[in-house]
Design a protein around this ligand. Structure first.
Ligand code: ATP
Ligand code: MG
Ligand code: ZN
Length: 544
């Protein structure tokens, strides 16, 4: 009779176990020293060996030559445990026997000595599914266990085991099994079975298991059923709906070329080949994750489950993107995956999502932009002196503003280097106008917010000063400065300090003076040159 690989190759001794060395060593020591606990909790991902180890433990305890770490494998007890019909090894599936009656029965059963062997081993699978009454019944047993009883509670969700139970058990957490180990284990099985599998095919199978040996072995069964005794990566991928690095690399190529049209082609191809788009996007997320990890942590086989060849290729792809780009791509792809779960039109969503990736790649990294702003800006003037106690903003502050450089006026302004900076165009313009005897214009310019953008000087001027802002006059000032040709635009707005009434208290953000200062700040001005379409919406005063 045909037996699936997961069962046929279930390890029968500790030495056959893949990974889980920490569990193995501790149990071997306990057996060697005859210090067997009455309760064990085996927790961890599905298909990583919990039930397997529970059975190996039972064998070790009950082998005629035991207790031993190397059960003989031939005595009645050893054979029966392997076959699953040993009288004293009782497996209970808590998913279907979760009630109090079953546990009562169990308590009865526990009281009797083993029928033949040394220990009665109760293996409770899916133990987290037991009802709380049943747990209570179990607890009574664990509180005063007969010497011959060993419980093994296997669960994928250890946190659901009540603390009262957990504190009476030894707890082992099973690790998900590494990509390399699963691949090597499958390679060995293929040799036993006379199956030719190429490395990449095994890599694909190891990847789909995501750390579960059982899942990978089931995929191997499926592949052999479908492809026969020769396994090729291409066929295995087609079978499992997995994607080759080539397919995924098309996406990164399109990103590198900033080619949105290519993205639409790729989606079209997927749809025409009947591929499941959400599945594809999940693979894509995994791909970006791998690229990002390689970018950050270098080529580390523990962190990136892929064959050596694939990792090399991933590393070379990762080299042409920045860490920020990859992070953004990964985030957007995960968002897309989530959106697809609720999507009424997966194709549309996928197209939109992939085009967004291209757009995201065009963004100038904020760090770069900031760095360039920082470099270009004049050195910062000293920070304003600490505000004097009781000093208020409003008319009196405004009064001072006319007499002193603005930098020292507004104690609570958020921007640390209020404008105009010494030598800034606006300040020089004000000085030039004064020199030319145009005092009204000078004052009006001083009290306006000024922004330089693409050959234009844009002023936002308090409405009552608009008359003093004649372009021709301002031009004269600029000529006097030899500041080149500018187009002048003046718009009325709340930019100045000229507002006569005190500002209402409850206006912590974006008040006129703060806004004016922020806009006039040379770094803000540089930023607006870099991003001409940007607008300053709110200026927050962080010192309030
Ligand atoms: N660590 C391992 N070493 C070798 N084979 C393993 C290992 N873990 C699992 N397997 C394979 O997977 C099969 C299933 O393992 P097992 O039943 O022990 O998993 P489990 O952890 O109890 O999973 P579940 O939580 O789904 O019950 C085994 O028969 C064996 O073939
Ligand atoms: Mg199990
Ligand atoms: Zn034996």
């Amino acid at each position: 009779m045909y037996q699936v690989f997961a069962r046929k190759y279930r390890p029968q001794a500790f030495s056959e176990l893949v990974n889980q060395e920490h569990v193995r060593t501790t149990l071997e020591n306990a057996i060697a020293q005859n210090r067997i606990a009455h309760g064990y909790i085996f927790s961890g991902q599905r298909g990583t060996g919990k039930t397997t180890v529970a059975r190996i433990l039972a064998r070790c305890l009950n082998c005629v030559e035991g207790p031993t770490n190397t059960p003989c494998g031939t005595c009645a007890s050893c054979r029966e445990v392997a076959a699953g019909n040993a009288p004293d090894v009782i497996e209970i599936d808590a998913a279907s026997n979760r009630g109090i009656n079953e546990m009562r029965e169990l308590r009865e059963n526990v009281r009797y000595r083993p029928a033949r062997d040394r220990y009665k081993v109760f293996i409770i699978d899916e133990a987290h599914q037991i009802t709380s009454e049943a747990f209570n019944a179990l607890l009574k047993t664990l509180e005063e266990p007969p010497e011959w009883v060993v419980f093994v509670l296997c669960t994928t969700e250890a946190h659901k085991i009540p603390a009262t139970i957990a504190s009476r058990c030894q707890h082992f957490s099973f690790r998900s099994v590494g990509f390399d180990e699963i691949a090597a284990h499958m390679r060995w099985i293929c040799e036993q079975e006379g199956i030719q599998a190429d490395d990449e095919a095994l890599a694909v199978l190891a990847q789909v298991g995501e750390g579960s040996v059982r899942d990978s072995l089931s995929a191997l069964d499926q592949a052999i059923a479908c492809c026969g005794t020769v396994l090729k990566a291409e066929d295995v991928r087609a079978l499992l709906g997995a994607y080759s690095l080539d397919t995924l690399a098309q996406i990164t190529q399109a990103l590198a070329d900033r080619d949105s049209a290519r993205m639409l082609d790729i989606v079209d191809n997927l749809v025409r080949n009947g591929r499941h788009l959400q599945h594809f996007v999940r693979e894509l997320a995994r791909y970006f994750r791998n690229l990002l990890v390689i970018k950050i942590a270098g080529d580390n086989p523990r962190l990136v489950p892929a064959s050596d060849q694939e990792r090399e290729r991933l590393a070379s792809i990762a080299a042409s993107f920045s860490e920020q780009d990859l992070t953004r791509y990964l985030q957007l792809t995960m968002d897309l995956f989530r959106d697809l779960q609720f999507s009424w039109n997966p194709r549309l969503h996928t197209e939109l999502g992939l085009v967004r990736l291209v757009e995201a790649g065009k963004l100038l990294p904020i760090e770069e932009a900031l760095a360039s702003v920082g470099n270009a800006a004049p050195p910062a003037p000293p920070a304003p002196p600490a505000p004097k106690a009781g000093r208020s903003t409003g008319p009196s502050a405004r009064h001072e503003a006319q007499a002193q450089p603005a930098a020292q006026v507004q104690p609570e302004a958020q921007v640390e280097k209020p404008a105009p900076a010494p030598g800034g165009l606006q300040q020089r313009l004000v000085a030039a106008l004064r020199e030319l005897g145009m005092a009204f214009t000078a004052d009006a310019v001083e009290q306006s917010a000024m922004v330089e953008a693409a050959g234009e000087l844009r002023f936002t001027t308090p409405p009552n000063l608009m008359l003093a802002m004649q372009s021709a006059d301002i031009q004269k000032g600029l000529e006097h400065l030899k500041a080149g040709r500018w187009k002048i635009k003046v718009a009325p707005g709340n930019a100045g300090t000229a507002k006569p009434e005190p500002r209402p208290e409850a206006q912590p953000a974006g008040d006129d003076e703060t806004m004016r200062r922020a806009l006039a700040h040379p770094e803000v001005q540089r930023f607006r040159e870099l991003f001409p379409d940007s607008e300053v919406r709110v200026v927050r005063n962080l010192k309030i």
